[in-house]
Each structure stands twice: as C-alpha cells, then as structure tokens.
Write a protein that binds this ligand. Sequence first.
Ligand SMILES: *Cc1c(COP(=O)(O)O)cnc(C)c1O
Length: 387
Amino acid sequence: MDTQTAHRANLRIDAGALRHNVGVLVERARRSGARTMAIVKSDGYGHGALTAARAALRAGADALGVASPAEAIQLRRGGIDAPVLCWLYAPGEDFGPAIRAGVDLSASSPAELRGITEAATARGETARVHLKIDTGLHRNGCPPEEWPGMVTEAAKARADGHVEIVAMWSHLACADEPGHASIDMQAERFRRAHEQALSAGLDPLRHLANSAATLTRPDLHFDMVRPGIACYGLDPVPQAGEHDLRPAMTFRSSVVLTKRIAAGESVSYGHSWTAERPANLALVPVGYADGVPRALSGRMSVWLRGRRRPVVGRVCMDQLVVCCDDDPVAEGDEVVLFGEGDEGGPTAAEWAEELGTIHYEIVTGLYRPRVGRTVVDPAPEDPEDVS
Ligand SMILES: *Cc1c(COP(=O)(O)O)cnc(C)c1O
C-alpha cells in the first residue's frame, strides 16, 4: 500500500490494471476475430480520458469511443491518433472541427448524415461515418423503418466522395441480463439491417457488443466490440462468473485527527450514532462535497490499518468519522474509501449496491475540484498525465 503521501481526497488510478482489463477484453474479442474499441467517454468513466485511452491502446485496443465531438477532440489534443468514434451531438452541432481532427462520426438519422456530408464537402474533406441503427434501445439510432432510406442516402453520399461509410452499429438494452429476450431480438434486427446495407451497395463493419455482451455473447462480437465499464475493472455481469477484472480506481484519504470518546457520547450532526463503549475515533477530511454520498451515513466502512472499520454518524460536507474501537490509529494513516477490494476492503460495486445504483455512477461522479487524481504504473513510454 502506498502510504508515502498523505491525501485529503485522492483517486489513485492504476494504469497497470487498466491495461490488464483491456488485455482481457482484447483477447476475448480476438478469439472471435473481432477488434476492440475501448470506450473512454465521460473522462474515461472518471479515471481520466487520456490515461484510459493510452492504457487501452497499449493493451491492444484498435480504436476508442466517446460520446461527444469535444471529448474526441480532447483526445486528439492529447496526442491520440488512433481511430476515435463519437455519437452524441448538440443541436446544430458544427461537425467541421471533428472532421478536421479525423474523428469518426456516428449518424443516427438522414438529417445527421446530411449535416456531416455538408460539413465535409464544405471543407473538401472526407468524413468517416458509422451509421447507427436503433434495434430496440430507443435512444439514438435510426428507426428500422427509416433505415433503408438511410443506407440508400449513405451510398449516394459515398459516391459523391465526401463520406466513407466505415461501419454500422447499434447498442443493446439488456446485455447485463444474460438470456434476456431482447438481446437476440436486437441482434436479429441488426442482422436484417446489415443485409439492407449490403443491398444498398455498402459493406460496413459491424459493432454491437458493450462490456456485458463482450463477456457473455461471443456470437455478437461481429467485427468489433465496444467495452466501457469492464476496461475499468468493474464487472457489469458478476452473476455470469469470474472475468479476471481488476478495479483500477482507489478512492483514498488520510486520518487528520484522532481522539478518544467516552461511552454515551454521540458523533457528528444530529447525533445519529452514540458510542456504547469508549472508543478511538479517526477524523477523515472527505465528505459529500468530495463524492462520499451522505446517504451512506451509518452504512459504509473504510479500510484503515489492515481492516474494515465503520463510518459512524453522518457523512458531512467535508468530513467523516471512523470508529476504531480500542485499536491504535494515528494522524497520517491511509484510509481507503473503496478500491480493488482484494484484501476484503470496500469496493465501488458495494457502494452502488448500498445506494441502489450501479458502479458506473459511482466512479464517473468522483473527480471534482477538491479531489486529486494520481496515476500509478503508467507505461514508461507514456507522457505525464495531463488530463
Ligand atoms: C457507454 C457505451 C458503451 C460501453 O458500455 P459499457 O456498458 O460501459 O461497456 C458502448 N456503446 C455505447 C453506445 C455506449 O454509450
């Protein structure tokens, strides 16, 4: 454990774990002849977009995916020259900067395709486009009824020379529930849409699988998989067995003050916890403003001096209190709020379970102005993290 530096609130990102996880996914994809697009949207799910992107490419990912053009351009500015796909736009988005940066653009409607084609034509460039079909998630993507028109238009735009149709793609609604009937239904619609694309004279690559489908449905890997959460070591389908993933984020703080409390004394706002016996308390300078949900008051524990210890009383804006019973505890001791969990410590998945949410929401919400982020074990060739 790294106890050299005391932290008020810090996210330690293990780049070695990121490379390990992406390596596991790349290997699974390779076995079915597919490539890997690692998803690094939303600042690499809170781990740092550039940190995640570099680790993924070192581990054999062929491409990267983000939601917005701005995120894609940020990767380019950070020196990433691998293919990068983005798919979510502001109304009236100017596609010019993304096209100039060589970013792949998704088109979810003939109107979006036209917008991209016009921007490419105006600049005398060729846009790389992935056509998205809505096979049942009903978020973005082109409805199946409009798909034949969309692929016809795409074939025409390609002939005019300003777009290259790289791929067609879709996204699954229930892949994290293996066996859910919608998975095969969506796959069937996806195959039909592919046939229509072929009939229109296109020959796009296909990609459909998120992390859950990458891990559980090799038959749906097609030409490329698009794992996100699993790259970060968080398993979207723990019920489907052991997947050899290592959580890459550890949320740490340190003890800043200790005191002995008498039996019958209560702790923190509202006095919601009262000591039954005299106890050693440790004050930890991290609170809900740093991403420790107040809803975890009385329902969380931390890893401190080699074991789990309960957080007692309310989680405040900037502080929380840990009960150490009669064990010694000292200023500067490292406190792990969650991490790999390999020694039995708390994990992001456990926070999510306790809060009735998913670990995706836990890790994406933590990097804030008062929380530092430290990358450990970067590849030696990689530049200092600047994300
Ligand atoms: C976020 C996202 C992914 C990755 O999903 P995970 O469940 O994190 O693997 C893949 N494709 C699209 C379109 C996404 O929005």
